[in-house]
Design a protein around this ligand. Structure first.
Ligand SMILES: Cc1cc2nc3c(=O)[nH]c(=O)nc-3n(C[C@H](O)[C@H](O)[C@H](O)COP(=O)(O)OP(=O)(O)OC[C@H]3O[C@@H](n4cnc5c(N)ncnc54)[C@H](O)[C@@H]3O)c2cc1C
Length: 384
């Protein structure tokens, strides 16, 4: 998605420029094409952590930027009638442990006190009412606000079709192996690929998790890590389960989270993700199998599937029926590679065992690469 949107911006801003997009495999085969399609602007949850890192004003701006990005995306999809299973409606953040509820309340109050915009967020602090609204048995509270879900590949493909019409040259199945200075001209770069070289004045690295393979200065700063998505067909709606009305972030305490993303305008399946307890085993396994950090061929990881299964049967009303009790129903899974930045690693997967630079800030890297005029980066994306 990053490369596609950067190309769009470049051809719209400088129509005279020639743009080549180089993709190692098929179009949109990275994390974007594999993600759950949950477009959820953070409205308050990350505030305290951002405030600690960047101060109050910058933390407010980060959340405003999330909101603006979401609004502009919805505007683009609606205006251009993009066929991407787009749905907009309320998401719910639902803490299900006292610890998570306390943290959520403290964060929300601090955000409000700091001048954060809370008029879009509906808060229910009474557990019984929260459980009724959310259909989550152990709900301690519920925070609701507008978000979207969509089919990310379809959105990216729509934007890329427009780019191609404007003259963008898309080369798939073309891995970039190196970016070096041109010998002919000092202000040019050579992008070396397996299918030939491209000489150009500007290079934008949008390979996210894989960036350090081409730009070693980012090693240890942006780190690849597989993330699982489990796709489940929900039980039939009835007395107990009335069908999902929106998406969820279920807050489990500490920084654990399960995301529940019913693609309401899609095929009816529900996508589960987030950093659940099964993730710890995945990280331990990765430490023993380091080559897997960049391999998105993983089609299921038992501990992650088990954690999703336990959560769904234990917490979702109507999911404890016989059919949904079978772990088999949760086994359709796949992976993609996130570009974790060190603060994310520190918070979410402390046992990762990677060498971290603690001064890093947990947000994506966007801008010119220091000491490399004409080389730019937009990477370190890891989603919600
Ligand atoms: C399972 C899963 C579920 C997720 N769910 C959500 C969600 O619901 N909501 C959300 O907001 N985020 C989610 N995310 C995170 C989100 O997908 C990423 O933050 C986002 O897709 C990053 O986009 P990107 O364009 O920067 O990277 P990518 O989509 O990974 O694109 C990078 C591209 O670079 C290419 N590439 C790499 N190296 C080279 C090279 N040397 N030469 C040429 N090309 C190269 C890759 O093939 C790839 O296509 C999820 C991620 C995963 C894995």
């Amino acid at each position: 998605m990053s490369g596609t949107l950067i190309a769009k911006h470049v051809v719209e801003t400088w129509p005279e420029k020639e743009v080549v997009v180089v993709e190692a495999r098929q179009f949109c085969s990275g994390a974007t094409g594999r993600n759950a399609g949950h477009c959820k602007p953070d409205q308050w949850r990350g505030f305290i952590d951002y405030e600690k890192q960047f101060g109050t004003q910058q933390a407010l701006k980060i959340l405003q930027n999330e909101q603006q990005t979401w609004s502009e995306m919805v505007h683009y999809i609606t205006e251009n009638k993009v066929d991407c299973e787009h749905w907009s409606g309320n998401t719910m953040d639902v803490p299900i442990t006292p610890e998570a509820a306390e943290k959520a309340k403290k964060t929300f109050e601090r955000y409000k006190e700091a001048g954060g915009k809370v008029d879009r967020i509906k808060v229910t602090l009474e557990p019984k009412k929260a459980a009724e609204i959310s259909q989550i048995k152990g709900a301690q509270a519920c925070y609701e606000w507008p978000v979207s879900t969509l089919h990310p590949w379809k959105l990216a493909a729509h934007v890329m079709r427009g780019n191609i019409k404007r003259g963008v040259n898309l080369q798939t199945n073309t891995t970039v192996t190196n970016v070096i200075c041109s010998k002919r001209s000092q202000d040019k770069w050579i992008v070396e690929t397996e299918r030939g070289d491209i000489e150009c004045s500007e290079v934008v690295h949008a390979s996210n998790a894989y960036i350090s393979a081409l730009e070693p200065s980012l090693r240890g700063l942006i780190t690849p890590c597989p993330h699982m998505c489990n796709k489940v067909m929900p039980p039939k709606t009835g007395k107990e389960f009335s069908g999902f009305k929106g998406s969820y972030g279920v807050l489990l305490g500490q920084d654990d989270l399960i995301t529940v993303n019913p693609r309401l305008n899609g095929d009816g399946a529900v996508l589960f993700g987030g950093s659940n307890k099964g993730q710890d085993d995945l990280i331990k396994w990765l430490e023993k199998n380091p080559h897997q950090y960049i391999d998105d061929g993983l089609t299921g990881f038992d501990s992650v599937t088990k954690a999703v299964h336990e959560f769904a049967t234990g917490e979702l009303k109507g999911w404890s029926t016989d059919a949904m009790k079978q772990e088999e129903a949760y086994k359709h899974a796949w992976s993609g590679i996130l570009g974790l930045v060190s603060a994310t690693l520190d918070v979410k997967i402390p046992k990762c065992g990677l060498i971290l630079d603690q001064s890093e800030d947990g947000v994506p890297f966007v801008g010119q690469l220091p000491g490399l005029p004409g080389q730019w980066i937009c990477a370190g994306h890891h989603g919600q």
